[in-house]
Design a protein. Structure first.
Length: 138
């Protein structure tokens, strides 16, 4: 069995963003040489997420609006976590959007359903953060 690990680093200048990281994961898969197996992709920071959905700008705007209604950034005083910080909302947004995804690998390709892509969700940007890609298989 083969095992491959890589960290992807991102620095998002805005507070919130959704980035399609599927091409990066495809690159890791090609490098790994795995033809059959699974890939785990997870955010290594507690104010960011990894999720699977459609790469459609309207949907991403809907996510941003919806998350901001559920856990608004301001006023920052509404979160007990924000004593000395201002990212309490980012922790909640990450909890909703999730930490990781697992995708099957079949015949050397990510085995997606229609329109599926892997995204990095940033909810407290402005600094470097990493994503772990772990591939296991034959």
């Amino acid at each position: 069995m083969k095992s491959y690990r890589k960290e992807l680093w991102f620095e998002v200048p805005t507070r919130r963003a959704f980035i399609n990281i599927t091409p990066h994961v495809d690159e890791c898969l090609a490098t790994s040489g795995v033809r059959e197996g699974i890939v785990l992709v997870n955010a290594m920071h507690i104010t960011a997420s990894v999720f699977i959905n459609d790469d459609e700008s309207g949907l991403h705007k809907d996510y941003d609006d919806w998350l901001e209604r559920l856990a608004p950034h301001e006023p920052v005083s509404q979160y007990r976590h924000n004593l000395g910080e201002d990212n309490g909302d980012a922790h909640l947004k990450r909890q909703i959007m999730g930490r990781e995804v697992v995708v099957a690998i079949t015949a050397g390709r990510l085995d997606f359903g229609p329109w599926e892509q892997i995204f990095y969700g940033e909810f407290d940007g402005g600094r470097r953060k990493r994503i772990l890609v772990k591939i296991i298989g034959e």
